[in-house]
Design a protein. Sequence first.
Length: 255
Amino acid sequence: MSEDRTTEIAWNRRLWAIVNERFTDGAAEGMWRRPEMVWGLFSAPERELGVLGDVRGLDVLDLACGTAYVAAWLARAGARPVALDFSGEQLATARRLQARLGPGFPLVQGDAERVPLADGRFDLVVSEHGAAAWCDPERWLPEAARVLRPGGRLVFLTNSTLSTLCVPADGGVAGDRLLRGQREAHRVEWPGGGFEFHPSHGEWVRLLRGAGFVVEALHEMYAPADGLDHPFYEIVSQEWATRWPAEELWVATRR
């Protein structure tokens, strides 16, 4: 790994320590207690999207899991999850809630660009606003393919390409004008110190195919008409996201 990328990961790790202290630690219990799985900023129900299918008995990796609420939902649905994240602070939150609420599953500190788990261990890799934005796709996609069994699936949620083009350089929510070029969005440095990756649709397809995946679906995610702005993630407003897709949910199968 290059020295520059090592520095970027260290910046992102420090940023997530701050985000967890201010926001995600306090929000985590509510997410762990949710009775069903939802996706993204506006809590789109998995029962309506149906991208995961029946997970009972599946070995699942929650990649860049944050506070691991997705893994908790999957465990309650009958899966055998492992939750991995590079943030010790977020994993500490997950351990506290797991001890209090259950269910039990492994929590692993590690980098999604260098997953410390065996080849072909999983049937499904899930990442909800995790690896796709915060990790280099040329590194994390091959790792996701490596840990999947042939025919295993990758399902990941990330910011929409359009929202990334419309968020101001100094932060805040997306507006109604393009503020950066498509190529500039591939790697974005935010003023708070975070480094993100937002490939175009064509890049995603190329990178997924190059890592050994077949793209099955791309779901463009909008806010519901009666939705509310997210309480702390400043990416898009509910009003914006009723007009344009706020997020993209990709589904791919390992060849």
